[in-house]
Design a protein around this ligand. Structure first.
Ligand code: 4AD
Ligand code: MG
Length: 481
């Protein structure tokens, strides 16, 4: 029999019965007795397994022995309506071919309920668990939804470079790219490393953001976006930071900060709705997992809403919009500030910490919040300067459980102001000539933002550690796999 392989997702939805089918996948569990075996087989197309029923008398003994949790196989047989509970159809097996066995003594995923920390150590196998299957199917769906949204709204996908000579965020948190011999680098007359002899003839790094190049594209194509990996050598060992993460950066000519906020809100609502419409089996599973986890927690540690309700909640209301200065007032008058409960004291001019952002979103407004007009000294050089001389047209979108999910701004489009700021901040102007030229020739008001893809996936899946929403996390002292 040489039947075309069906995906389990399609068979479970199938209205047909008593047809011959073939599935290929991995055994999740095997139970039964001497006469009959029931396999739960999964092929990654859905969180749900299909049951394969084996009448042991029809198979040879060695083959049955090889079919254990973790083994990969091809099963051919008749698709029939299932008598058992919890599944609509099952396969009565006629032929089984085992591709790869998985020794029960050594296969790490024998039982259910491994900790996420343990699974991180076996990231090469964790795809085979229900949790990570769900997370990575959702991650795919969110990437697709983002491209779909932009494609439907007159944006072009622009591929900006990974290797760059400029520090877009000016934070100096870059990974060097070099082919020089680290043990014996060439030196110039001043005794400094001579990068003119390096591969690119200058110092280069992995990019922290595609924004500056996206701005160049936007000054002709109007609306562009990037969606690529970005790299930051910041030593933040937190559940919200990675050294390699993916960012979506739209950049729009003729947009002011208000248009920018509107786009951010529409995009976020669109992708959340897409998840609800297209990933409901996985979301249900993740919600149940979280509810089970909650039962182990004390009353005051529990989160307020089940996952799916939390996602629906985002769609319901407008995000709250206010200025940084107003937010500082709210924080100063808050209970935690009065009782000295914030770890970082609140003062105008501070960079808001996660605890402050989450207070605003989760306790005070109980909605996503967009903050604008931040002090210029805590923001990047390219942001449009306000007339007060103190603040810039920055915008951060803050989400429950996450804090900052988006950072962006209106850009400074006036040549002199931008050039002054670049000099003020000690950025070498000669490296930025191409960026400045867009302000010389046909400059336009424009805006953009960066959405942290993994932070979005954290929010959608309800996972709590960013290392669990990217296949192979890169973090300080950690580049395994
Ligand atoms: O606020 P950030 O640094 O903004 C920029 O890079 C701008 N160039 C974006 C733009 O205007 N085009 O980063 C944007 C977002 C953050 O809001 C956060 O969601 C995410 O990127 N992010 C990180 N995600 C994971 N790990 C890290 N280390 C991150 N740093 C930023
Ligand atoms: Mg930011």
């Amino acid at each position: 029999m040489n039947l075309r392989r069906s995906f389990i997702k399609d068979l479970l939805r199938s209205e047909e019965a008593d047809i011959e089918v073939n599935v290929k996948g991995w055994v999740r569990t095997k139970r039964g007795n001497k006469q009959i075996a029931f396999l739960a087989v999964n092929d990654g197309s859905t969180i749900n397994n299909i049951q394969v029923v084996i009448d042991i008398a029809n198979f040879n003994e060695n083959q049955i022995k090889d079919i254990t949790t973790g083994a990969s196989l091809s099963a051919t047989g008749t698709l029939v309506k299932s008598m058992g509970q919890g599944q609509s159809v099952e396969i009565q097996a006629k032929e089984i071919e085992v591709y790869g066995t998985a020794n029960p003594e050594t296969y790490p995923l024998q039982k259910k309920g491994h900790s996420l920390e343990f699974l991180r150590e076996i990231a090469h196998l964790r795809f085979r668990t229900n949790i990570f299957g769900a997370v990575f199917r959702i991650r795919h769906a969110m990437a697709f939804a983002i491209h779909k949204y932009f494609n439907e709204n007159n944006f072009y996908y622009l591929h900006t470079p990974i290797v760059t000579g400029s520090d877009a965020e000016g934070a100096g948190e870059m990974f060097r790219v070099s082919t020089l011999d680290v043990n014996n680098p060439p030196k110039n007359e001043q005794g400094e490393i001579d990068y003119t002899q390096d591969f690119f003839g200058k110092e280069t790094n992995l990019t922290v953001s595609g924004q500056l190049e996206a701005e160049l594209g936007a000054t002709a194509l109007s609306n562009v976006y990037t969606f690529g990996p970005t790299f930051r050598a910041e030593n933040s060992n937190t559940p919200r930071h990675l050294a390699e993460f993916w960012m979506i950066e739209p950049e729009m000519a003729f947009y002011d900060i208000h248009d920018n906020m509107d786009l951010a809100e529409k995009l976020l609502k669109y992708v959340v709705k897409y998840a609800l419409d297209n990933c409901i089996d996985d979301l249900n599973f993740l919600e149940k997992r979280l509810l089970d986890e909650e039962k182990m927690k004390s009353q005051n540690e529990r989160s307020e809403m089940p996952l799916i309700e939390k996602l629906r909640f985002i769609l319901k209301d407008d995000f709250v919009r206010l200025s940084y200065t107003e937010a500082i007032d709210v924080l100063k008058n808050s209970n935690p500030a009065k009782k000295g409960k914030f770890q970082f004291p609140v003062e105008w001019g501070i960079d808001l910490q996660s605890e402050h952002e989450r207070y605003l979103v989760e306790k005070h407004y109980k909605k996503p919040v967009i903050l604008i007009d931040y002090p210029k000294d805590i923001k990047a050089f390219y942001m449009k300067q306000n007339d007060d001389g103190k603040t810039v047209r920055a915008m951060d979108v803050l989400f429950p459980g996450i804090g900052e999910i988006i950072g962006g701004s209106q850009r400074e489009e006036i040549y002199d102001k931008l050039s002054n700021r670049i000099n003020e901040m000690g950025i070498p102007e000669k490296d930025m000539w191409w960026y400045l030229e867009t302000r010389k020739f046909g400059t336009v008001p424009h805006s953009g933002f960066g959405l942290g893809f993994e932070r979005l996936i954290l929010f959608i899946t309800g996972m709590s550690n960013i290392r669990d929403v990217i296949p192979f996390p890169r973090a300080p002292k950690n580049a395994e796999f």
